[in-house]
Design a binder for this molecule. Structure first.
Ligand code: PPS
Length: 431
């Protein structure tokens, strides 16, 4: 056969092999698509996240023991909700406060393992407000527990604290016209260290982390350095509220969870009418000066956060964060209608979704299920937007039922803590 013909014959064989290969590829893609479609996932898992794994080949199993220090006004309720839902999906035990502590572990007292309801021990997950105490938490949580927490830029956080706790914190109540500016012009005129709920008015982050919120880094730089060291020793990840999605990407990578596991609805947000649209620069400076310990903590952990992002690969973290945002939007639309909106409690018909209201002057927003919103996704959607108080009570009831005989009788606290702030959602106050 002339060489030209041999060449042509070989080329046609190659072509048909290529066709077969393409056909096989096409079929397997189709079968993968069908398989993926059968799972109720909010992600196109067909295109796996291509970020390089962090030292985990072969892939690690999901980490199941997590203690989240829920600091105040830092997006902690949203993180708590993610952890509660993960715990439910994986049949894990969530440590919950004894009823006399309400839904917090007797905050502002130092955490004690005695505050934990016996039906919720031994726990896998802990995520309710408490004042950090390392020894007591280590007594409660299993070895290997991963500790995480979250910080927020101190001026924004202080504005939120000032508004939310305005009626409860005496230092704030003393200020004429509830003016944040007046308070920050002369905080010492209103603030009394040691009085009830004083910690909401001065270095709340430092207090929540178990530190002494009355120290000033200006007089005592070594104290701040020591506190940072202690936090670094215990916490595997310090998230940053301003970079919430990036924080969740780092969290899910740390715990070897799927992106699906960290989907969320924003919880506990104030209405625009209850917040300052922007904090003027001078006010922000004054808030940081007054809360210098918190500012020092935030600046340090904000810097270490970005070093963590860099070592995970900045582009990869941003890509995952984008995928998370897209999947979150899809999920919110499926759950709460084509244009999911945050509404004031009075407009939320589903009682289990009405958020706790700190006072008549502040509106805390929430989601509602569309009318007639029954169906297989209702339970998922309900939990996604369920406020802290309702979710904690629901989990406690469920775990008490599950624990049955395992639960020891509830000890009566010898020295009950001051009653934490409590009020019904405004819609239920009958005004
Ligand atoms: N995803 C996300 N990203 C950024 N910020 C968020 C997020 N979720 C909640 N928030 C804001 O966090 C504030 C509520 O914080 P907490 O839930 O920790 O409050 S609480 O201490 O439990 O009452 C509250 O801040 P303010 O609205 O400024 O008060 C929420 O709007």
């Amino acid at each position: 056969m002339p060489p030209i013909l041999q060449h042509l014959q070989q080329a046609s064989k190659m072509m048909s092999r290529r066709k077969i290969l393409l056909l096989v590829l096409g079929c397997s893609t189709l079968s993968l698509l069908i398989h993926q479609g059968a799972q109720l996932s909010w992600y196109p898992k067909l295109f796996p996240l291509s970020c390089p794994p962090l030292r985990d080949s072969p892939p690690r199993p999901k980490h199941m023991t997590v203690a989240f220090l829920k600091t105040h006004k830092t997006a902690g309720t949203t993180v708590q909700n993610i952890l509660f839902r993960f715990a439910e999906r994986h049949n894990l035990t969530v440590a919950l406060p004894h009823p006399s502590c309400e839904h917090q572990f007797c905050y502002p007292r130092n955490f004690s393992a005695h505050f934990v309801h016996p039906a919720t021990r031994p726990p896998h997950v802990l995520a309710s407000h408490l004042r950090f105490d390392r020894a007591e938490l280590e007594r409660l949580m299993p070895p290997g527990t991963v500790y995480v927490t979250i910080l927020r830029e101190p001026a924004a956080m202080f504005e939120s604290l000032f508004s939310y706790y305005n009626q409860y914190c005496p230092a704030f109540r003393r200020v004429p016209n509830a003016s944040l500016e007046a308070f920050l012009r002369a905080p010492e005129a209103y603030y009394r260290a040691g009085e009830h709920f004083a910690m909401f008015a001065h270095n709340t982050l430092a207090y929540d982390l178990g530190g002494d919120n009355e120290r000033s880094p200006r007089d005592d730089a070594a104290y701040l350095a020591g506190l940072i060291r202690q936090v670094e020793e215990v916490f595997s990840l310090v998230m940053i509220a301003e970079y919430f999605d990036e924080s969740l990407v780092l969290l899910r990578r740390l715990l070897a969870w799927d992106l699906d596991d960290v989907l969320y609805a924003k919880l506990n947000a104030r209405a625009a009418s209850s917040r300052l649209a922007a904090i003027p620069a001078a006010l922000a400076r004054a808030a940081r000066t007054w809360n210098a310990l918190d500012a020092g903590l935030y600046d340090h952990f904000n810097a270490t956060f970005w070093r963590r992002v860099a070592s995970a690969g900045r582009a990869c973290v941003e890509r995952e964060a984008r995928e998370l945002r897209e999947a979150r939007e899809r999920l919110l639309r499926r759950c709460f209608g084509a244009e999911p909106v945050l509404r004031p409690a009075a407009q939320i018909r589903t009682k289990q979704l009405q958020p706790w209201q700190p006072s008549r002057k502040v509106d805390i927003m929430g989601y509602d299920l569309p009318s007639g919103g029954a169906g297989p996704a209702t339970e998922t959607c309900l939990k996604l937007a369920m406020p802290e108080v309702q979710y904690s009570s629901y989990l406690l009831r469920k775990q008490k039922r599950r624990g049955g005989v395992r639960a020891r009788p509830e000890p009566v606290l010898d020295n009950p803590p001051p009653r934490p702030i409590r009020a019904l959602p405004r819609g239920l106050q009958g005004h």
